[in-house]
Design a protein around this ligand. Sequence first.
Ligand SMILES: [Zn+2]
Length: 386
Amino acid sequence: MANPSLTDVVSALDVLYPPALAADWDAVGLVCGDPAEPVRSVLFAVDPVAVVVEEAIAHGVDLLVTHHPLFLRGTSTVAATTAKGRAVHRLIRAGIGLHVAHTNADHANPGVSDALADVLGLVDTRPLEPLPAPALDKVVVFVPEPDAEKLIDALAAAGAGELGDYARCAWSTPGVGTFLPRAGATPTVGLVGEVARVDETRVEMVFARVARSEVIEALQAAHPYEEPAFDVVELASWPGNEGTGRVGELSVPMTLRAFAALVGSALPATAGGGLVAGDLDHEVRRIAVCGGAGDAYLRQASTSGADVYVTADLRHHVVSEHLADGGCAVIDMPHWATEWPWLGDAAGRLRARLAERGTTVSTAVSTTPTDPWVARVHAEGREDPH
Ligand SMILES: [Zn+2]
């Protein structure tokens, strides 16, 4: 199979991790690279730091995909006088593109926390903090009974009536429409100056709000009346299956002590290791996870009914107050380690997506820990202060 262009790879990544799902403060997408260049191989890594750039150069890849942005807050220089500028120079000189999938990969389903949930053996996962499902409208239209099926066809062709694996979903009920055509009207049914009563069908169809103008244009084009009567109703917002973190179940419950050991062995080793808060003998089954810094979702972890929350970058007061309020147990793992399982998952999904398009790339996953911590200090040889 042929190699895709960088444009093709970015398009495939954008389908898997839509940029529209990114937080508004985030900076995702292509940082450097020529869209027309072919891509033969891709390296996935958490951080676009110097050691990873050197790894990409050593592998001879054409594209580096990282979870964390190189420039989150913008910049006015890429001079090689800073670490970030040097990364840009090293990448461009080696002909390597850089693409970032950050909060869009966190929010997508499957995304970063799904990969974390998978390596911990969680099943029946759902978002810990769901984003609203895509907004929906409903159109209610009244049409002479013989024209109802044709109108449903036209609305379906414009995107209405899509429901999972079902298309052209509509609901209809018979009724009677009445109207008085005034002077100047050219009624399809009835006469000017006479009250008309017509057997009509009330048709209801749901559609994505983004398709509203297409659906209404199709309605007006297909409806036999000069002045079709219709309502457009905005449906209530509903939690979707995308969002931050995941909560799921272990198929076999175990003690917090055993689960902490499972977490430790499921994630890549780091110098910092993890920390556990809670009753080690307590049985845990429902598990909340959030790859990366997840301290903002401690409350959601508790209200989800989770027995334990696995995330990164937790602080003393936040955890202390969470536990004092009766919150669930907490396992604080290194940030890099909680996001690392996504790399292999994303690489596999990219290859599969490109294969559907008849192209292929080879992929590799960086195994260099880019957590900044290199050692954990213990008070060895000293009496336990407690
Ligand atoms: Zn992160």
